[in-house]
Design a protein around this ligand. Sequence first.
Ligand code: NAP
Length: 295
Amino acid sequence: MITILVTGANGQLGNEIKSIYKKDIIDFKTPIKFIFTDIDTLDISNKISLKKIFQDQTIDYIINCAAYTNVDLAETEKDKAFNINATCVEHIVNSIRETNTKLIHISTDYVFDGNSYIPYKENMSTNPQSVYGSSKLKGEEYALSYKNSICIRTSWLYSSFGKNFAKTIYKLCKEKENLNVVFDQIGTPTYAYDLAQTILTIIKQSISENLFVPGIYHYSNEGVCSWFDFAKAIASKTNTTCIINPIESKDFPTPAKRPFYSVLNKEKIKSIYKINIPHWYDSLNAFFKAIQAQL
Ligand SMILES: NC(=O)c1ccc[n+]([C@@H]2O[C@H](COP(=O)([O-])OP(=O)(O)OC[C@H]3O[C@@H](n4cnc5c(N)ncnc54)[C@H](OP(=O)(O)O)[C@@H]3O)[C@@H](O)[C@H]2O)c1
């Protein structure tokens, strides 16, 4: 029996992992036990609870989906953001250091400053521009201080679960006549379902082929767009007359600075784990199907 612990399982990514498990989408070819936890059942800031869960049973994999993800609020809640995104990762690593548990930790494109004009590779210099980005970078350092650790940086995550840009635009464009969306921030949306499937595929290959290569990986959907293009694509799939207007970031000030360019180069994860990544536009269709199924 292989045991997989998921933290932060009530969030977007955690819920997608849960849904893949419930629908039995991945055949691991071996019995798997999932333990889904969130702050109410396993608060990762509680060192004692963390130590206990690893002492009480053998956990083969931990997928750390728990995070502080409010990018703007983090600017004023710096301690809280650093505690959850960095210090808690150190607690996790300290709890598993003496075990054989493999860690899959999730990070962000916001560790980059966005000044590049070519897709970011894993080894390119980081230079976060926000508290959130800095806290996640520190979390990466703790995660990677552990020998059996994979850290996946992703970008513009959205899902039919939780709050995100795609759901907000979907709702707003049915209510409003006009929406202003920035067109000068370029990146790639990531459907959390696709990332969840990739994480579980990595675990499957680790179990069946002993393929688990520690280090940093980049993962998003394929393709590139601006938030404006993404919003237009979302609106085109709804019955709306709402007009989406392109605006510049300077006309939409936010507490946290965002990278202007944060496209991730995914060659490493594709070549090592032989995964096919869907284009963001195709995944948006899958997202709409999932939303409709939930109605
Ligand atoms: N969202 C994005 O656009 C984006 C982009 C790039 C990377 N990422 C990264 O991707 C990962 C998954 O993101 P997501 O969007 O799925 O996050 P999410 O929806 O915000 O989920 C995070 C979950 O962690 C929980 N949590 C917070 N503090 C905790 C604690 N002390 N102990 C246990 N659980 C705790 C949260 O509970 P509460 O809701 O009660 O706080 C929430 O259920 C994160 O590492 C994030 O940084 C996200």
